[in-house]
Design a protein. Structure first.
Length: 450
């Protein structure tokens, strides 16, 4: 499998559209020297294998925020030097994010809290009567916000995903939107977003791509892939300062109801209110998360300056070692939708015979100093499908746009859960080492052999 194919599941023309920056050393993450207590009172170096939930902060990101703090001031409101400087930094962050995802020059870049916030914002801006087509393999952020949706079963192979989307879109009248992930937050598998975008546009639909798990690992070029919208989160992109972004075409966003109603979103307030028709101020009412935007842009700059070749090469080496190590342990099963050979980013979800996912995660933490995620990863229908469990329906039966299919969440220490069987997820990124991977494999082997 070529590096290009694994890179972002895009044709060669898409990769060529973005010049490759000269490679620099891979930046360090804060907390790389963190020590944590384990059973017996020892301290060991923390093996953070939970990047898919939230990645640690890159050192250049922390430095950018620290540099911005002394002049921090109001944005878009003040004539003072600090206000003007802060406004310039905020707007420069918007340009940086636009370039990072290869957006069109006239695309809107709206700063949000995270991917969930971004998808909900777009859902509020859909033209009246829009039908959304979404696969049951999606994260809840992409599955739940839509007022009217068609849910598609998990496809058996990538071509079936394209065929299913094609058939669903062909049967819908009126405005329509296809929503799909670029890289699964459960299996790490890359989706054929270029082919899906082509199918969507052939039927007069638009496409929103959840890029939260892709952009920390691969280059994305919205223009070359002909995507209408992308959404992603800073906290997964080594910028954990509470910002994300929705990037895409302006018209729906300019015509949609303002996401928040307040200062900055208006041109005039009197007996009537005149809202901004520019979607960026229209949907960013109030004082924005300036430091979050600066942090997000700094992460984009750091990854671009490093060059993707070195990042991808190291990730592929580590994830191959992790997968082969787990595969060698009897009773361990990796979850996969499209098979072992399908390209993926640095995410592996698995089960261990005889142990619940929570038990595995707790042992890894308390005895080996390893951090992983356990649960259904806010993708209940997909994980139940991978585990071979029957689909659950709520006690209220079919209701609303989503038919009550996701059941009801139960809060416990694992977070987004529904009380049924779950899996363990290990995920890697900048700062992950071979020792971390080997420690996880040996810890799981020890657990199985008890």
């Amino acid at each position: 499998m070529s590096t290009l194919t694994i890179f972002s599941s895009v044709p060669a023309r898409a990769a060529e559209a973005t010049p490759v920056a000269p490679s620099r050393p891979i930046p360090a993450v804060l907390g790389a020297d963190l020590e944590v207590p384990v059973k017996g009172g020892r301290l060991v170096g923390y093996a953070n294998l939970d990047y898919a939930a939230s990645a640690p902060c890159l050192e250049p990101v922390s430095a950018a925020v620290t540099a911005a703090l002394p002049a921090y001031s109001s944005v878009h409101r003040g004539a003072g030097y600090a206000s003007q400087l802060t406004t310039a930094r905020y707007e420069q962050a918007r340009h940086t994010v636009r370039a990072f995802v290869g957006a069109r020059p006239d695309d809107a870049v709206i700063f949000t809290r995270n991917t969930t916030d971004a998808t909900n914002l777009l859902a509020r801006c859909l033209p009246a009567g829009t039908t959304t087509v979404v696969f049951d393999t999606e994260h809840h952020a992409s599955l739940l916000p839509w007022p009217k949706s068609v849910r598609l079963a998990p496809p058996a192979f990538p071509g079936e995903a394209v065929r299913a989307a094609d058939e669903a879109l062909a049967g819908i009248d009126g405005p329509k939107l296809l929503v799909v992930t670029a890289a699964s937050n459960v299996t790490g598998e890359l989706w054929p977003i270029a082919a899906l975008a082509h199918v969507a546009h052939r039927h007069g639909a638009r496409i929103l791509v959840d890029a939260a798990q892709l952009v920390p690992h691969r280059r994305l070029n919205l223009t070359a892939l002909d995507l209408d919208y992308v959404a992603f989160s800073g906290h997964k992109l080594y910028a954990p300062f509470g910002a994300g972004a929705l990037v895409g075409r302006r018209d729906w966003l300019a015509e949609g109801e303002p996401y928040l109603k307040g200062g900055g979103a208006v041109r005039f307030v009197g007996d009537d209110t005149e809202w901004h028709d520019d979607p960026e101020p229209r949907h960013e009412a109030g004082t924005p998360n300036v430091l979050g935007a600066i942090a997000l842009a700094a992460a984009c700059d750091a990854l671009t300056a490093t060059g993707w070749t070195a990042l991808v090469r190291e990730e592929e080496r580590l994830i191959a070692r992790l997968r082969s190590g787990l595969a060698s342990i009897e009773g361990v099963r990796e979850l996969s939708l499209w098979g072992d050979d399908h390209p993926r980013v640095g995410i592996v979800s698995f089960t261990v015979d005889g142990y619940s996912a929570r038990e595995v995660a707790e042992v890894l933490s308390s005895e080996y100093g390893i951090g992983v995620r356990d649960g259904k990863f806010c993708a209940h229908p997909f994980v139940r499908h991978l585990l071979g469990e029957p689909e659950r329906r709520s006690s209220a039966g079919e209701s609303g746009a989503n038919g009550g299919r996701s059941g009801r969440d139960h809060k416990h220490a694992g977070g987004c859960e529904d009380g049924t069987a779950s899996a363990v997820r290990a995920s890697i990124g900048i700062g992950s080492t071979q020792e971390h991977v080997d420690r996880l494999v040996e810890a799981v082997r020890d657990l199985v052999n008890r």
